[in-house]
Design a protein around this ligand. Structure first.
Ligand SMILES: CSC[C@H]1O[C@@H](n2cnc3c(O)ncnc32)[C@H](O)[C@@H]1O
Ligand SMILES: [Zn+2]
Length: 446
């Protein structure tokens, strides 16, 4: 064992620690030792008392787990939360969201919406998020200011909303952002071709070539609805995933968001190319898009991560709530109560997410050497008693409200349920000006 620093930056003592690796392990009365942004050891509380840290936190009723990874969303869309509910995907997008984006989305809109999303995500225990939205450089800047980890995908869409960049411009701008963020520990950049039905072969081929050359992930909505697949088959005779395979896009750096339509041939493609699947159960339920066959994918050895999607189709960014939905839905879809058990679910929201984003060497588990992205969940509430199995209790009774403390790279972002990363009052004030304008703008038009 390497020598521990005599005076580590921080020791967090907790009633339970679920490090995720080894799978299923829960340590009782242990302590996490953190120094220079990293985890340096997991000790018994008694052993940890030999050390004299700069700061010691004692969390006697809490479960410590790795920070949650929200592997798909559109942060700035918090400002469209509740604008258009109870609609199918294409009506929602074409008649409500895309017109609203054409009218309202500016860098300042993205700044205000991203701040609101980051505040909500941190308070709910998400320490890393993957985003796909206009002005990704603005979302990246807000994440940097808050000290939150993010993968921002620059959107590529061939028939863009008015005012948005065309795919050539988008790729050019994206590569510039990728270059600027190259040495940033918290922010990474991905290609974000929106979906098979909005991006043509030429742009996708360029994306594939550049992604291979520069080792950049590709983040894309794929097989979100049955209509997406049947329209493509009617038009070209091919399912979208097969088309992407023919264009050479399938591989471990492809992040396939949604995948509610998976036939045997799709499953074989995902498996053979080690594609990352990102499951967004609540958005899929709300838009009645379909059900991702999570347990079938996991049984085939395919990595599955978890995402909320945007707040306009969810309508919250609570990843613990999402995890509970995912676990219950997996059982209902497979007819197996054993599907997506508590330990597997926790893996999906942490290390599975990290792996999907290519960050599993840095984050996703509480192991010496990894960045100290850690959250504490308070299990002392009425609805959590008694605690036989802390991870099950987290999964089946959990929500953002249980998260008490959050650290990203060893820096405190939430303490005793209070946000430290950003000034919440300012975030709320700046967000509050948009909805009245958007509502008024809508009514003038109609
Ligand atoms: C080009 S930026 C991202 C683009 O995606 C839209 N969007 C949000 N949620 C979904 C979804 O579930 N499926 C497809 N597209 C979605 C968002 O409004 C932006 O226009
Ligand atoms: Zn989405």
């Amino acid at each position: 064992m390497t020598a521990l620093p005599e005076q580590p930056d921080l020791i967090i003592e907790a009633r339970w620690i679920a490090p995720v690796v080894p799978a299923g392990q829960v340590l009782e009365h242990h302590a996490l030792v953190i120094h220079a942004e990293r985890i340096v050891a997991l000790l018994t509380q008694e052993q940890s008392r030999q050390l004299h840290p700069r700061q010691r936190r004692s969390l006697p009723h809490h479960l410590l787990i790795p920070g949650l990874v929200n592997a798909h969303g559109h942060a700035a869309m918090t400002l469209f939360r509740g604008l258009a509910d109870d609609l199918p995907l294409m009506t929602w997008l074409q008649e409500h969201i895309w017109p609203a984006e054409a009218r309202w989305v500016t860098p300042d809109f993205v700044r205000c919406g991203s701040q609101l999303a980051i505040a909500e995500m941190l308070l709910g225990g998400t320490t890393c998020f993957a985003d796909m939205y206009f002005y990704p450089e603005v979302t990246a800047q807000v994440a940097r200011e808050a000290g939150m980890r993010a993968q921002v995908a620059f959107p590529i869409i061939d028939n863009p909303i008015p005012g948005a960049a065309n795919s050539d411009e988008a790729i050019h701008k994206g590569l510039k952002l990728h270059d600027e963020m190259r040495h940033n520990d918290l922010i990474s950049v991905a290609f974000g071709p929106h979906a098979p039905y909005t991006v043509g072969d030429e742009a996708l081929t360029r994306v594939r070539t550049l992604a291979d050359e520069l080792d950049i992930p590709i983040h894309m909505h794929i097989h979100e609805t049955a209509g997406e697949v049947s329209d493509a088959v009617a038009a070209s005779g091919q399912r979208p995933l097969q088309r992407l395979a023919d264009l050479g896009l399938l591989g471990p750096r492809l992040q396939a968001v949604h995948m509610t339509q998976v036939d045997d041939a799709d499953l074989a493609l995902l498996q053979a190319h080690a594609v990352q699947v990102i499951h967004c159960p609540e958005s899929n339920l709300k838009l009645a898009s379909g059900f991702c066959p999570v347990q079938r994918l996991l049984d085939a050895g395919i990595n599955v991560a978890l995402g909320t999607d945007g707040a306009a189709s969810n309508n919250d960014l609570d990843l613990l709530g999402e995890l509970r939905t995912a676990a219950l839905l997996a059982k209902a879809c497979s007819g197996q109560p054993t599907a997506l058990d508590a330990d597997t679910a926790l893996h999906m929201a942490t290390l599975g997410g990290a792996q999907a984003l290519g960050l599993s060497e840095q984050i996703g588990s509480l192991e010496a050497g990894k960045a100290a992205d850690v959250i504490a969940v308070d299990l002392s509430g009425v609805a959590q008693q008694p605690v036989y199995h802390p991870v099950s209790q987290l999964l089946y009774t959990g929500s953002a409200a249980l998260v008490s403390d959050v650290w990203v790279a060893g820096r405190e972002k939430v303490r005793d349920r209070q946000l430290i990363a950003l000034p919440l009052e300012r975030v709320l004030n700046e967000a509050s000006v948009w909805a009245p304008q958007i509502l008024q703008g809508d009514s003038h038009e109609s």
